[in-house]
Design a protein around this ligand. Structure first.
Ligand code: 13P
Ligand code: SF4
Length: 349
C-alpha cells in the first residue's frame, strides 16, 4: 500500500505543489472543460499537479490512459486518451510511448501490459481492483467448461489475466452481444458478470449461461429508485450501464457502455438525464453538454476513486507500481483480447 505521507514528502522535495490561483488562471483552457463541476479553489489545488504531471509525461515519453470513471481533474487535466474499456484496450495497442500510466482499475492496466509487453505500465494504486475481476479465477472458468462441455467461454475484460488466458474470447460492455452472437455454438458461457450476461441473453439468439459475479456499484440501483425519480421528473431520460440488473435495464431509455452513454447523450436533445452508472460519468461530460441537467444517484466505485492526481505524479516520478504479467499467461490472454479487438473491428463496433 502507498504510504501517503511518504508520497507527499517525496513529491514536495521536487515539485512546487502549493495551491496557486495564479497558475490555475493561466491554465484556463484546461479548466474550462470542467468548470461546471470543479470549483475555482479546487482547481487552484489541482493545477500544480496537472502542470507537473504533464511536464513529466514528456520527459518519460509517457501517455496516460483514462477511463470514463476518473474524476474530472484527471479526465480533463492529465489523460491523453479517455474512453471505455474497449477503447482503452485498443488505444494500448496503438500508442507510441515507452510508458503507459493506466488511470482506471488493475484489470485495465493488465490488459495494456498484455497487449504491449515491451512498454512499462504503471498503476497509480495497485489496490484499485474490481468486484467482478475478484469474483472468478481460472478454476471457475474450468468449472463452467466442465458443466457446459464444448460451450465457448466469453469473459468480460473485467477479469484477471489468468481468467482471460483460460477463456476463448473477451468482451466489453460495448460489444458483448455481438461477440456472443458470433460464437459458433448454441450455448455460450459468459463470465463473470451475471447481469451483463442476463442482459445479453435477453437480446441473444443463443442460450447464455453465466458465472455469479456482479458489480458492486451497478447492482445497487433498483427499479423502485428509477420509478420514484420518473414520477418527479417525467421528462427525464434514464440511461443505464449493462452491469445493472435486467429490471433496471428494462426501465431505462437507453443502455450502453460508458462511451455508448456519452455518444447517446451527444446525439440526443435530452435536457434532463438520470445516469444510472458511476458518478464521474456525468461530471466528465457536464461542460461539453451545458444544456443537460444531470441527476446522478451517485454510486461511487471505490476502486476507481483510489486513483488521484497525487498518486499519478508519484508513480510517474518514481516509476514504481509497474504491472507485470507472467509471459505464458500473457500470451494466452493476448489471444482472447486480440480475438475480441479483431472481431470488433470486423463488425465495425
Ligand atoms: P465500460 O467498458 O463501459 O467502460 O465499463 C467498464 C466498467 O468497469 C464499468 O463498470
Ligand atoms: Fe468494477 Fe464495478 Fe468498479 Fe467497474 S464500477 S471497476 S465493474 S466495481
Amino acid at each position: 500500500m502507498l504510504d501517503l505521507s511518504a508520497v507527499r514528502s517525496a513529491l514536495s522535495e521536487i515539485y512546487d505543489l502549493t495551491p496557486s490561483p495564479a497558475l490555475a488562471a493561466s491554465m484556463n483552457d484546461t479548466y474550462c472543460r470542467m468548470s461546471r463541476v470543479v470549483s475555482p479553489p479546487d482547481w487552484a489545488i489541482y493545477a500544480p499537479y496537472v502542470r507537473a504531471t504533464n511536464q513529466l509525461k514528456k520527459e518519460r515519453n509517457a501517455v496516460i490512459l483514462g477511463h470514463n470513471y476518473m474524476t474530472p481533474e484527471i479526465f480533463h487535466g492529465v489523460a491523453d486518451f479517455v474512453g471505455d474499456s474497449l477503447q482503452l484496450a485498443i488505444k494500448a495497442t496503438e500508442v507510441k510511448a515507452d510508458v503507459i500510466v493506466q488511470c482506471g482499475v488493475h484489470f485495465m492496466a493488465e490488459t495494456s501490459k498484455i497487449l504491449s509487453p515491451e512498454k512499462t505500465v504503471l498503476m497509480p494504486d495497485m489496490e484499485a481492483g474490481c468486484s467482478l475481476a475478484e469474483s472468478i479465477t481460472a478454476e471457475g472458468v474450468a468449472q463452467m467448461r466442465a458443466k457446459y462441455p464444448g460451450a465457448p467461454v466469453v469473459s468480460y475484460v473485467n477479469t484477471t489475466a489468468e481468467v482471460k488466458a483460460a477463456s476463448d474470447i473477451c468482451c466489453t460492455s460495448a460489444n458483448a452481444l455481438q461477440i456472443v452472437e458470433a460464437q459458433d455454438s448454441d450455448t455460450v458461457i459468459m463470465t463473470p458478470d451475471k447481469y451483463l450476461a442476463q442482459n445479453v441473453a435477453n437480446q441473444s439468439t443463443k442460450k447464455v449461461v453465466w458465472w455469479n459475479g456482479s458489480c458492486i456499484v451497478h447492482e445497487l440501483y433498483t427499479v423502485a429508485d428509477l420509478r420514484a425519480y420518473r414520477e418527479h421528473a417525467p421528462e427525464s431520460k434514464i440511461i443505464a450501464h449493462p452491469e445493472c440488473t435486467p429490471d433496471v435495464v428494462a426501465e431505462a431509455d437507453y443502455t450502453g457502455s460508458t462511451s455508448g452513454i456519452v455518444n447517446w447523450l451527444k446525439q440526443s436533445n435530452a435536457e434532463q438525464v438520470m445516469l444510472v452508472t458511476e458518478c464521474s460519468m456525468a461530471s466528465n461530460i457536464a461542460d461539453e453538454l451545458p444544456q443537460v441537467e444531470f441527476a446522478k444517484p451517485c454510486n461511487i466505485c471505490p476502486y476507481m476513486k483510489k486513483i488521484t492526481l497525487e498518486k499519478i505524479l508519484y508513480v510517474l516520478h518514481t516509476m514504481t507500481n509497474q504491472v507485470e504479467v507472467d509471459e505464458a499467461i500473457a500470451r494466452d490472454a493476448r489471444k482472447s483480447v486480440m480475438r475480441m479487438i479483431n472481431l470488433s473491428r470486423q463488425l465495425d463496433i
